[in-house]
Design a protein around this ligand. Structure first.
Ligand SMILES: Cc1cc2nc3c(=O)[nH]c(=O)nc-3n(C[C@H](O)[C@H](O)[C@H](O)COP(=O)(O)OP(=O)(O)OC[C@H]3O[C@@H](n4cnc5c(N)ncnc54)[C@H](O)[C@@H]3O)c2cc1C
Length: 557
């Protein structure tokens, strides 16, 4: 318990009467922090803290990188900005060494300032000082973020696009320099890379690599690519919303949890420019923002997350998991959260221009590059509608190409209304792309009207294809039952069939192999939504506990 004498050591409370300090002492939480532990997270709920012992640093995350922007010593307070303005914490506060802090929740804080208005005035002044001036929050917002890497490459180089997406989805701040621009000559220290070497990556204060493999990039940037242990309570395949949710719950509930992701965290959500219907984000949230928050949360809670590693094989009898490169992990349980893969469109010239203007999905990072161009979107579902709206703020025009008579039956009404209100969005019905054209990059597309047979050539600065997705589960062992399209059968789909051999019924998300679970889009279910994937990922962990608690769930290996 924080004593009244200790409270007198906090400068703003020094002049309070003994009775007032006693009142604070009865309300304040006494918190001990190990070095590196946070007293308050950026974005966390407001509260006022006083530092009793140790040292606290203020940490601001910009583009995924935490930067120390201030320090508090014993006797200082923090949290004055959120309590004064009634907002969440604009920066986080982390112990730089073992520390002890007192925390006053908002109601207790307001009770103190009601009794001692001078304290309220002083805290208000401190808050104003923290916000204004070059050394305050205002100053921080003017400072450009410091990149961790430079990338040199052309917009239309597919390898460069892949590298940029990878960095973005792994929350690595980087600066993209394009050949032939002033930016490159000003910021690239040394001879300009030859076109045949691009894309080139330079890690700030580190190595330069030409045409790097993503695994190498991950290693250079310190992203985990190697498992730390040989056995885990649960191995999660895929770091989309379902896998990240499972990781958050698994790690927070004390399971040794590893997520293995073959590309970068985020899954399909990372390719979505705006998700409008995810609970708790009234004005929508981009897929990469959602994924980036989930990733931070999973890591903070202790989940191990490997990127650029694919699971190639699972041995159903031993539950051994084989990674590419030959590593084998022992898994007490496995959660399959490997989602679905974009359905490809068979168009003449499409493969040659993939990544050079022809893209599957519509990542937010693509939009600025479409600035001032005419772009087309193939598809009539919600993903296509969302992408069109997002791209319309950058592109000169956006044309939605639908094979059907229109998107009315396949797109939500709120999207149809918003599309109708945008003057630079047009919908072409009964239209199919038959050919794409361009030398080294997409320049035009040829569209055929299926009713008249007429073909029209449209100038194109980007063709984004969003026509649904398929489960790619051919790599799973035959013991894991799937439907004819590859979606994994779980729970009730197996009960009473010859694919389930135990006396007990399978858990809701359990596959035909006890202890192996499936969640999210890869599971046989009509619901393909972020919220469903997140819900199922968290539920899967509950079933993992259930399985581990059974006597038959002997240790493997
Ligand atoms: C453009 C777009 C817009 C969307 N908009 C919305 C929306 O507004 N609202 C909504 O609710 N839903 C939306 N969705 C759907 C939503 O994104 C999906 O339902 C959700 O992402 C499914 O999550 P998941 O984790 O099951 O799978 P995924 O997101 O597909 O993630 C699976 C992950 O597993 C990895 N993986 C696969 N196989 C392996 C392997 N063998 N080894 C290692 N890793 C592997 C993949 O690389 C991937 O990262 C949208 C989807 C798209 C593409």
């Amino acid at each position: 318990m924080v004593t009244a004498d200790e409270i007198a050591g906090i400068a703003v409370f020094a002049e309070l009467s003994e009775a007032d300090r006693e009142r604070i002492s009865r309300a304040a939480a006494d918190i001990t922090l190990a070095a590196g532990e946070y007293a308050a997270y950026e974005g966390g709920e407001r509260a006022l803290f006083g530092l009793l012992e140790g040292k606290i640093e203020a940490v601001k995350h910009v583009e995924g990188i935490g930067r120390v922007v201030g320090v508090r010593a014993p006797g200082d307070i923090f949290g004055e900005v959120p309590v004064t303005l009634g907002t969440t914490f604009p920066v986080g506060f982390r112990a730089a060494e073992p520390s002890r802090v007192m925390r006053l929740d908002p109601d207790d804080y307001y009770a103190v300032v009601a009794a001692a208005p001078d304290v309220g005035r002083e805290i208000g002044q401190l808050a104003s000082h923290r916000i204004s001036g070059l050394r305050g929050l205002q100053g921080i917002s003017f400072e450009p973020s410091v990149p961790r890497a430079f990338v040199v490459g052309e917009r239309w180089d597919a390898a460069c696009a892949e590298l940029r997406h990878f960095l973005q989805r792994n929350q690595v701040a980087f600066k993209w320099l394009r050949p032939g621009t002033d930016d490159l000559t000003d910021q690239w220290d040394g001879p300009v890379p030859a076109p045949e070497d691009c894309p080139v990556l330079r890690v700030v204060d580190g190595k330069t690599v030409v045409r790097p493999q993503l695994r190498r990039v991950a290693e250079l940037l310190g992203l985990s690519t190697e498992p730390e242990a040989a056995e885990y309570d649960t191995v999660i395949v895929g770091a989309g919303p379902a896998g990240l949710a499972a990781a958050v719950y698994g790690a927070s509930e004390g399971l040794r949890t590893i997520v293995i992701e073959r590309e970068a965290p985020g899954g399909q959500a990372g390719a979505s420019s705006r998700i409008e219907n995810y609970l708790g984000f009234p004005s929508g949230v981009s897929g990469d923002e959602l994924a980036s928050r989930a990733l931070q949360q999973a890591r903070r809670l202790g989940a191990e997350i490997l990127v650029t590693r694919a699971i190639m094989r699972i041995d159903a009898a031993t539950r051994q998991v084989h990674l590419d490169g030959g590593d084998v992990l022992r898994a007490r349980t496995i959660i399959l959260a490997c989602g679905v893969t974009w359905r490809r469109l068979d168009i003449e010239g499409g493969e040659a221009l993939a990544g050079k203007g022809v893209a599957y999905g519509a990542a937010r990072s693509e939009a600025p590059a479409s600035h001032g161009f005419d772009v087309q979107i193939v598809g009539a579902g919600n993903s296509a509608g969302q992408a069109a709206l997002y791209f319309a703020s950058h592109a000169r025009s956006v044309t939605i190409l639908c094979r059907s008579a229109g998107p009315e039956r396949t797109m939500s009404q709120y999207l149809l209304d918003q599309l109708a209100a945008r003057t630079n969005i047009e919908v072409l019905t009964h239209s199919e792309v038959v050919r794409v054209e361009g030398e080294g990059k997409l320049e035009a597309i040829v569209v055929r009207n299926s009713q008249t047979g007429d073909e029209t050539t449209l100038e194109s600065g980007g063709l984004f294809i969003l026509i649904g997705a398929d489960a790619e589960t051919g790599w799973l062992p035959p013991e894991i039952a799937r439907d004819r399209r590859g979606f994994i059968l779980t729970g009730a789909e197996l009960t009473g069939t010859d694919r389930w051999e135990l006396e007990r019924d399978p858990y809701l998300l359990e596959t035909s192999v006890p202890g192996i679970f499936a969640c999210g889009d890869v599971r046989f279910s009509p619901v393909k939504r972020v919220a469903a994937a997140v819900g199922e990922g968290s539920m899967a962990v509950q079933f993992v506990h259930g399985h581990l608690a059974r006597p038959a769930a002997a240790r493997v290996g």
